[in-house]
Design a protein around this ligand. Structure first.
Ligand code: SF4
Length: 241
């Protein structure tokens, strides 16, 4: 194809411009096709629970994240599917590195919107909301499990706070992170963790919004207990039964 392209080129300004146009068209076509194939594999894997070519698909999503989300909106598909695919693949890629870190060396970040609307937790600019384990929302379960296995938990008032806590935790010796957040924040958080070389696992909110959001709490507890001995994990689960 390349030889054919250059064979008939007229080496005049118009001819060169035409060549550049053709080369760009081919590049766009190849990029578009790669994206289509990557998303098709990613979507298929996500729906079927199998993982296909995780590394290149995650890379393509990272590079074309915004255009991909726009494209999904244009074809009336939920753009959060792009985040879902990326989060699922990153969870797969990071699982082993996360699992070998003891729970006491992990940190968990949950969003403040997960709290009950009558949450009595006081807010500190240093550490976020301090859960009172009142039981009005599922964060109480996360706290109880965290206390039992020695994992620190932070209720983040925003994405910037979460990034600051992540950096502080890394300086303090934490070596892995479990994040709960809305799709976009979780995608960005897991990307930041990748750049910061901290193995991350993530659970996106099942109901998003500004207040009283929801998450699959069983999935969060499962991820907290990754790497914990079976008997110990069973004992911890009884605490929140
Ligand atoms: S369990 Fe914690 S975070 Fe949830 S409402 Fe009670 S104090 Fe607030």
């Amino acid at each position: 194809m390349a030889v054919g392209l250059f064979k008939d080129v007229e080496w005049t300004p118009v001819g060169v411009l035409s060549l550049v146009g053709q080369v760009l068209a081919i590049v766009f076509l190849l990029v578009g096709l790669s994206l289509l194939v990557a998303i098709a594999f990613g979507y298929f894997g996500y729906r079927k629970g199998v993982v296909l070519f995780p590394q290149p698909i995650v890379l393509l999503i990272d590079v074309f994240y915004s255009p991909l989300k726009r494209a999904f909106s244009v074809i009336h598909r939920d753009p959060r599917l792009v985040d879902d695919i990326s989060i699922a693949l990153r969870n797969h890629l990071n699982r082993d590195d996360y699992a070998i870190v003891p729970p006491k060396d992990r940190v968990i970040l949950v969003p403040q919107c997960l709290r009950h609307t009558r949450c009595p937790a006081p807010m500190s600019s240093e550490d976020g909301f301090g859960c009172k384990v009142c039981g009005l929302c599922d964060i109480a379960k996360i706290y109880k499990v965290g206390e039992a296995i020695g994992t620190e938990i932070y209720i983040a008032p925003g994405g910037r706070f979460a990034k600051r806590i992540l950096a502080r935790s890394k300086e303090g010796g934490k070596r892995a992170v479990l994040g709960v957040a809305c799709h976009t924040d979780l995608y960005e958080g897991m990307l930041a963790s990748k750049i910061g070389k901290i193995p991350a696992q993530g659970v996106p909110l099942s109901t998003e919004g500004c207040v009283a959001t929801q998450v699959d709490i069983e999935r969060v507890i499962d991820m907290m207990l990754v790497g914990v001995e079976r008997e110990e994990a069973a004992r911890v689960r009884e605490l929140i039964a």
